[in-house]
Unconditional design. Structure first.
Length: 235
């Protein structure tokens, strides 16, 4: 299968809703200057959506059955605009590249630290001693945590940008209404499976403190406030 996400790609629209989904995505893709993505629906009571794909002209945009059942069409339109913006901005590609570069640096720096401890502090002069291996493992864990913070920060920034893009494609009022609808459904939220995690419309329910550093998505209230500020509304 072209997409191993478990979402059912719409090949031939079989309902009024599927026709509307295809037409809306086609219109937004043209506005955003990208090729028509595949459009899919996945079975989940939780309102969610995601975009995936490694090219602006070869991507998948999917919405959940729960999203279609709980949101008005104006709100679904804004969610689609959010996902189309992720595709048009190349966010999936950029995040993969950043993750790869950061992981490479983590391994390299951890080995440098391990070598330093082994040779300079423990005075080992032949090959790599136990100190090198232990230090390298510990350093990889520590630097890996810091790397995750960097990658998650980038992911959260791209969510704000995609919200702005969705507002441009569908209208600020519709994008705000969509996020407020997601906020009301927060208790029904279920995480997307790993194969669907590339830029879903929402992440874990709002949290604070250190946990926020490891969230892929900013809190919904922050995203709504940012849209209201940019639209000149009272946040």
């Amino acid at each position: 299968a072209k997409w191993s996400t478990g979402a059912q790609v719409i090949m031939q629209p079989r309902s009024d809703m599927e026709i509307w989904l295809m037409n809306t995505v086609q219109k937004q893709a043209a506005q955003a200057g990208i090729g028509m993505p595949d459009v899919a629906v996945f079975d989940s009571d939780s309102p969610n959506a995601f975009a995936t794909g490694m090219s602006k002209n070869n991507a998948l945009v999917a919405v959940s059955t729960g999203l279609l059942q709980t949101m008005k069409r104006d709100e679904v339109e804004a969610v689609l605009g959010h996902e189309i913006s992720h595709v048009a901005n190349g966010d999936m590609i950029t995040l993969s590249l950043i993750q790869g570069v950061v992981n490479t640096f983590v391994i390299f720096i951890a080995r440098v630290v391990g070598y330093f401890v082994d040779r300079v502090i423990l005075k080992n002069e032949e090959g790599h001693g136990l100190g090198f291996f232990i230090t390298t493992i510990v350093a990889e864990i520590v630097f890996g945590i810091l790397a995750s913070v960097i990658v998650m920060w980038f992911s959260r920034r791209r969510e704000f940008v995609a919200d702005s893009g969705g507002a441009q494609l569908a209208g600020a009022g519709k994008m705000i209404a969509a996020l407020e609808s997601l906020q009301r459904s927060a208790q029904e939220y279920e995480p997307l499976p790993d194969q669907m995690k590339s830029f879903g419309i929402t992440g874990k329910p709002s949290t604070s403190g250190l946990k926020l550093l490891f969230m892929t998505h900013p809190p919904l209230e922050d995203r709504i406030a940012a849209l209201k500020r940019s639209a000149g509304m009272t946040a």
